[in-house]
Design a protein around this ligand. Structure first.
Ligand code: UDP
Length: 313
């Protein structure tokens, strides 16, 4: 039975990965220091005989007894509000944490895939973003702690691949949404959904003309799974190319919550907020045979139901 370590296993993406690999028959070791993750996301897995949870901070030495076939390094604060609140932890998990996990992969002869991000492209001057674009990142701006940690993570991963022959992969995740996102993580989808449910005005930052492309969690998990099962080692974009402005999303939100009169208010745009973001996923299609399957209406309806249920508790 293959064994996998998933760091950030109690987080939004990490917990869905735990579910996927349990379904696929793996022995799953989830590791998390619960800084932004929560045991609620994995509570249903605790009784499972193929599931283990280690409460551990991966910026300190990581030990796993016995064989280990796969590692997914998905531990990190990931929303702008979180990494602004925890800049040092964010830098440490991307740098020291990645070093520890690459060392573990080398020692155990595991395939390791790390979670990188569309933030490596910064405020992109190339649109849509292709993997060969080097990015436009402000290293000392507020988002620099996340963007540079992830860029360092990629550099370290390629170095372990090139110099130690470690079997590595790099997933560049674009905006992802779905059940188990934290209500208070500050991102646009949890913010709009909780505002809509409470009947409060939707807070659009700036003029709302900035764009994002939202990928449903199940699609993202499938892409990560396919990348891990491949031997591809260059960075791969994973995301949904359906692009929209934040203002269009606010208008769509009125439909999702069936409240056409919901107010929209404008607030100041956060520093270095990227103007446009849309993945070019040709590479993932070609190398992994992967493309998102879930349309936004379906994904948003499921996510809205999740938040409604959460708020009614
Ligand atoms: N945003 C917004 N209102 C909110 C939260 C976010 O208009 O209440 C905007 C934010 O400025 C950005 C976009 O929505 O342009 C996506 O932000 P998010 O924090 O979800 O993630 P990002 O893609 O910036 O990492």
């Amino acid at each position: 039975m293959p064994k996998i370590l998933i760091t950030g296993g109690a987080g939004f993406v990490g917990s869905h990965l735990c579910d996927k690999f349990i379904r696929e028959g793996f022995h799953v070791v989830a590791m998390d220091n619960l800084l932004t993750g929560t045991k609620d996301n994995i509570a249903h897995l605790f009784p499972h005989e193929r599931f283990e949870f280690y409460f551990h901070d991966v910026t300190t030495f990581v030990h796993i007894p016995g064989d280990l076939d796969y590692i997914l390094h998905f531990a990190s604060p990931a929303s702008p509000v979180d990494y602004l609140r925890m800049p040092i932890q964010t830098l440490k998990v991307g740098s020291l944490g990645t070093h520890n996990l690459l060392g573990l992969a080398k020692d155990k002869n595991s395939r390791i895939v790390i979670a990188s991000t569309s933030e490596v492209y910064g405020d992109p001057e190339v649109h849509p973003q292709t993997e060969d674009y080097w990015g436009n990142v402000n290293p000392i701006g507020p988002r620099g702690v996340y963007d540079e940690a992830k860029r360092f993570m990629e550099a370290m991963t390629m170095a372990y691949h090139n110099y130690h022959g470690v079997n590595t992969g790099i997933a560049r995740l674009f905006n992802t949404y779905g059940p188990r996102m934290r209500m208070d993580d500050g991102r646009v989808i949890p913010n709009f959904m909780s505002q809509a449910i409470r009947g409060e005005a939707l807070t659009v930052y700036g003029d709302g003309n900035q764009t994002r492309s939202f990928c449903y969690i199940d699609d993202m998990v499938e892409g990560i799974y396919k990348l891990l099962m491949s031997d591809y080692y260059m960075p791969v974009n994973l995301g949904n190319p359906a692009e929209m402005t934040v203002l269009e999303f606010a208008e769509e939100m009125r439909e999702i919550c069936s409240n056409p009169n919901l107010e929209i208010i404008f607030k100041s745009l956060p520093v270095d907020d990227p103007l446009r973001r849309r993945p070019d996923i040709s590479l993932a299609k070609k190398e992994l045979g992967w493309a998102p399957q879930t349309g936004r209406p379906e994904g948003m309806a499921r996510t809205f139901d999740y938040f409604k249920q959460l708020l009614s508790q």
